[in-house]
Design a protein around this ligand. Sequence first.
Ligand SMILES: CC(C)(COP(=O)(O)OP(=O)(O)OC[C@H]1O[C@@H](n2cnc3c(N)ncnc32)[C@H](O)[C@@H]1OP(=O)(O)O)[C@@H](O)C(=O)NCCC(=O)NCCS
Length: 224
Amino acid sequence: MRPGVSISYRHPVTNGYWPLFDLHLTTPDLTLRPMREADLASLSDLLPDDLEHDPDATRYHVSDERLSRGIITHQGYWKAYGTWHPSAWRLGFAVSAAGDMVGFQELEGNDFPLLRTVDTSSFLVQAVRGRGYGKQMRRAVLALAFGPLRAQAAITSAWHDNQASLGVSRALGYQPNGESLHTREEGADVMVHMRLRRQDWLASGFGNDVVISGFDACRFLFGL
Ligand SMILES: CC(C)(COP(=O)(O)OP(=O)(O)OC[C@H]1O[C@@H](n2cnc3c(N)ncnc32)[C@H](O)[C@@H]1OP(=O)(O)O)[C@@H](O)C(=O)NCCC(=O)NCCS
C-alpha cells in the first residue's frame, strides 16, 4: 500500500483486496451487487434476445448465437475489472428480485475525476419488464453516482425506437441531449442521447429510498 493511503473497513469484508464485492445497493424491490465470476454463467443464460452487444466485441466462429453472446459477457466482465482505473471504470451489477437474478445494470465513468459524468446501460429478463424494475435499478446506480461518487451529470443513449430505455430516462428526469447517426446492422440509424443534471436528480428525490452499503472501502477505486 502506498504511504498515506489508508483503507478501513466498517464491516466484515468478503475480499479485502477488491472491496467492490461488498458494495450493495437496495431499492424497495431489488438488490444490486457487483458482478462476480460465479454469476457469469447464470447471467449469460439470462441474456435477452433484444439486448445489443458492443459491436466491437470479439466474435468467434460458433454456430450458436447464444454461446457467442455469453462469451462476450464473460470477456466484458474480465475486461471491466482487469482494466479498472479511477479515470476509466465500468461497474456491472447483478440485479436480483426476491432472490432471483433478473438482470444487469452497469454504471460507467470515463475521465470521471475530471468530468464527474456517468453513463448507464442495462437489461432485464422479459418476464419482469414493465413493473418499474428498469427505473428502480437505474435509480439505484444514480443514487450511488450522485451520492457518494458526487457526480455532476448522468448521460445515456438508446436507439430512437427503444421506447422502454428512453421511457426509463424520461421518467427519471433526463433531458434531450442530441442525436447521432450510427451504423446499425446493414444501415444507419438514429441514436438518442439524454442527460440528467445533478440538481434535477437531487430535487426529484428519486434516490431517497435507495440504500447503499459498503461504499466507504471502495472510495480509492474511484480516485476519491
Ligand atoms: C430497458 C429496460 C431495462 C427497462 O426495463 P422496464 O421494466 O421495461 O422499465 P420500467 O417498467 O421500469 O419503465 C419503463 C418506462 O418506459 C415506458 N415505456 C415502456 N415501453 C414503452 C413504449 N413502448 N412506449 C412508451 N413508453 C414506454 C414505461 O411506461 C415506463 O415509464 P413510466 O414510468 O413513465 O410509465 C428493459 O426494457 C430491457 O431490458 N430492454 C432490453 C435491453 C435494452 O434495450 N437495454 C437498454 C439499452 S442498454
